[in-house]
Write a new protein. Structure first.
Length: 124
């Protein structure tokens, strides 16, 4: 079902792009081809062409919105927490030893005190 809706979304999107590209931003578009020299004769056709392009744009846009919502509703949602880990993640978890910080051993070196340090005498 999702594949059917996705295919319809692609078709409607392509049709919507074509209808929008056919229109002229100044209102001429496809109808400007009919409005050249014989404007008086074809004025009714020009108006109908503009109305058709505008209505088809709105219809295709609403159909695209409805199809996107239908895909969202009918597509089963995927829970992020319930997704299984990838095999690589599992192998890393199994191969990596658990980290334990080293246990500090008491040092066996003798302690040096300040009285044991000899300072050089200053030369006068």
């Amino acid at each position: 079902m999702t594949t059917l809706f996705t295919l319809l979304i692609i078709i409607v999107s392509v049709l919507l792009m074509l209808v929008v590209l056919v229109q002229n931003p100044k209102g001429g578009g496809l109808s400007s081809a009919f409005g050249g020299d014989g404007g008086n004769m074809l004025a009714g056709g020009v108006r109908r062409t503009n109305d058709f392009l505008e209505k088809s744009t709105w219809t295709l846009a609403l159909a695209l919105l409805a199809l996107v919502l239908l895909v969202n509703i009918t597509n089963p949602s995927v829970d992020v927490d319930s997704t299984p880990e990838s095999q690589v993640d599992e192998e890393i978890d199994n191969a990596a030893p658990s980290f334990q910080p080293p246990i500090s051993q008491p040092s066996s070196s003798p302690q040096i005190q300040a009285s044991d340090i000899e300072l050089p005498e200053s030369a006068e």
